[in-house]
Design a protein around this ligand. Structure first.
Ligand SMILES: [Zn+2]
Ligand SMILES: [Zn+2]
Length: 102
């Protein structure tokens, strides 16, 4: 986790909006658990962003995009006029003509 103020005010203290605090019999703080992500900057009150989460989210996006581009295109062969799945060889599986993605 790496929290930063969304207004970049330079504040370094944040408040967890959704946290459960464990206390002892005297009510003294023992431990806490953040139950949901949600933080505000204590300096200016703006929402804080967890930069530690961003790279993982971006990686997931990148993986999804890769998966999409890996899907073979469905093209109409201009030579034999058959609708074929374009494969890695970039040629018509039906007649062997070279194909292009339109
Ligand atoms: Zn701030
Ligand atoms: Zn063909």
């Amino acid at each position: 986790m790496f929290l930063v103020c969304t207004r970049r005010c330079g504040g370094t203290l944040f408040r967890a909006l959704f946290a459960e605090v464990e206390v002892d019999a005297a009510g003294a703080y023992q431990d806490h658990q953040v139950t949901q992500p949600g933080f505000v900057c204590l300096n200016c009150g703006s929402p804080a962003l967890d930069l530690g989460e961003v790279p993982a989210a971006m990686e997931a996006d990148a993986r999804e995009e890769e998966a999409e581009t890996a899907v073979m295109a469905d093209v109409l062969c201009p030579v034999c006029e058959t609708r074929v799945q374009l494969d890695a060889n970039m040629e018509c599986p039906n007649c062997g003509s070279p194909l292009e993605v339109a």
